[in-house]
Design a protein around this ligand. Structure first.
Ligand SMILES: Cc1ncc(COP(=O)(O)O)c(C=O)c1O
Length: 389
C-alpha cells in the first residue's frame, strides 16, 4: 500500500530478543518482563510499572484496584466522569464494575475531554475521572489531576494512545493515580500484544500486581502493604486474597519491550518530524480541522475533521483516499454513545455531545510512522485538496 495506517516498528533486535527467550525455554512471566517494567518505570520517572497482556487489561486492573483500596474504595453505583471519545475498553471495565458514567464532550480542536466542563459534570456520587489523551495529543492532564486532587477524586489516565507525549515537562502517563499504556501493533512501541499500568502509589501497585495473576500473593513483597505474610510456604504459594484475573504478559513481550523502549525516543522524533510537515501543509486551510497540539504530542497519527461549514462529503473524500491507496479509519472509536454497547452502560450525557458527534460523522485519521513520510503526506495533501474542491 502507498500509505499504510500501521506498519511494523521491529528490526532484527526484536527478532533476536524473541529468539533469546525461545532458547531460554522460559516463556511465562520472568526476568525479561521484570526488566522491562523497571526500564519503563524509570523512563517515565514513576515508582512502579506492571506489565499486562494488553492496554485493555491495564484499564481493567486500574478500575479493579480502586475497588480494593483499604481507604475509600470505590463501590458499585459510584459515578465516573468519562470523555465521549475513546476506545471501547476505556469504558467496558467501568460498566463491568457497576460504575455509572457521566459522559462529557470533547474539544473539537484537541479531540480530548473538555476540562472546562468538569465542574458541571461532578455530582455527589462522583469518585473518579477517566482522562484520555487521544492519538498522541495530551489531554489537559495537569488540569484534570488538580481538579481531582482538590475534590478527593481518583484519576485514571488512559494513555494507551499517547506514549512518549509530554505536558508541563512530564511524560503523559504520569499524571494519573493509575496510568495505562498499550503496546499493541501500530502503537508507539509494539510487543505483539501488551499493556502497562504505572503508579507512584505502593498499595495500588500491589493491588494491580496481585490482580494480574489470579489474585494470589505470590508476586507480592514480604513486607506487603495489602496482606500479612505468614510462615507456612505450603499454603502461601496458593493463597488467594483478591478476585483477580490472569492477564500476565508473555516473557517474549517483555524482551521485545526492552528493545522497543530503547528505540522509542528516536521513533518519537521521527513521528514529530512528520507531524510538523502535516501541520505545515494543513493548518490555515479551514476546510480541514486538524488536532491542535497540547504540550508535545507523540503524534500517533494525523486526524482530520471535515469542517461542516465547508459542506464536504466524507464518502467522496474516502473514495479519493481509497483510489490513492491511502489508509484511513474512524478517529479512535468515535463517539461512544453511537455504539450499540451503550445500551448496557448506566450513563448520562452532560449535553448532546456536539463535538464528539461531529468527529464521529465528519472525522477520520491517517497513519503516522517512525520514519520519513514526506512523499505520503504531500500526496495526502494533493488528494484531499482535489477531492475537497
Ligand atoms: C484509548 C485506548 N485505550 C485502550 C486501548 C486498548 O489497548 P489494547 O488494544 O492494547 O487492548 C486502546 C487501543 O488502541 C486505546 O486506543
Amino acid at each position: 500500500m502507498f500509505y499504510e495506517l500501521a506498519v511494523s516498528t521491529w528490526g532484527k533486535e526484536e527478532i533476536e530478543a524473541i529468539q533469546r527467550v525461545i532458547t531460554s525455554g522460559r516463556f511465562t512471566i520472568g526476568a525479561h518482563v521484570g526488566a522491562f517494567e523497571d526500564a519503563f518505570a524509570a523512563y517515565h520517572n514513576r515508582k512502579y510499572a506492571v506489565m499486562v497482556n494488553s492496554g485493555s487489561s491495564a484499564n481493567l486492573l486500574s478500575v479493579a484496584a480502586l475497588f480494593y483500596k483499604k481507604d475509600r474504595p470505590l463501590k458499585r453505583g459510584d459515578e465516573v466522569i468519562v470523555p465521549a471519545i475513546s476506545w471501547a475498553t476505556t469504558y467496558h471495565p467501568l460498566q463491568q464494575y457497576g460504575l455509572t458514567m457521566k459522559i462529557v464532550d470533547v474539544e473539537l480542536e484537541t479531540i480530548n475531554i473538555d476540562a472546562r466542563q468538569l465542574e458541571n459534570a461532578i455530582g455527589p456520587r462522583t469518585r473518579v475521572i477517566v482522562g484520555v489523551s487521544i492519538l498522541g495529543n495530551p489531554a489537559a492532564l495537569d488540569v484534570i489531576r488538580r481538579f481531582a486532587d482538590e475534590r478527593g477524586l481518583y484519576f485514571i489516565e488512559d494513555n494507551c494512545e499517547s506514549m512518549d507525549a509530554e505536558l508541563c515537562g512530564r511524560k503523559a502517563g504520569t499524571f494519573g493515580h493509575l496510568s495505562t499504556f498499550s503496546s499493541f501493533f501500530s502503537h508507539h512501541i509494539s510487543t505483539m500484544e501488551g499493556g502497562m499500568v504505572t503508579t507512584d502509589d505502593r498499595e495500588l501497585f500491589e493491588l494491580v500486581k496481585c490482580m494480574r495473576a489470579h489474585g494470589w500473593v505470590r508476586d507480592l513483597p514480604p513486607d506487603s502493604a495489602i496482606y500479612d505474610g505468614r510462615e507456612d510456604d505450603f499454603y502461601e504459594a496458593y493463597r488467594f486474597i483478591l478476585p483477580g484475573y490472569n492477564v500476565r504478559p508473555l516473557e517474549m513481550s517483555g524482551a521485545i519491550g526492552l528493545e522497543q523502549l530503547r528505540k522509542l525516543p528516536k521513533m518519537t522524533d521521527e513521528r514529530r518530524k512528520n507531524w510538523s510537515r502535516f501541520v505545515k501543509l494543513f493548518s490555515g486551510d479551514n476546510r480541514f480541522i486538524i488536532q491542535r497540539e497540547n504540550g508535545k504530542s507523540s503524534a500517533f497519527s494525523f486526524t482530520i475533521v471535515l469542517n461542516p461549514e465547508a459542506g464536504l462529503s466524507r464518502p467522496k473524500i474516502m473514495k479519493a483516499l481509497k483510489e490513492a491507496d491511502i489508509g484511513y479509519r474512524l478517529i479512535t472509536g468515535g463517539c461512544i454513545t453511537r455504539h450499540d454497547v451503550i445500551r448496557y452502560y448506566e450513563h448520562e450525557c452532560l449535553d448532546t455531545l456536539p463535538n464528539a458527534n461531529l468527529v464521529h460523522d465528519h472525522g477520520f485519521f491517517v497513519g503516522n510512522h517512525p520514519f520519513d513520510l514526506s512523499p505520503q503526506i504531500d500526496r495526502l495533501r494533493e488528494v484531499l485538496d482535489r477531492a475537497a474542491r
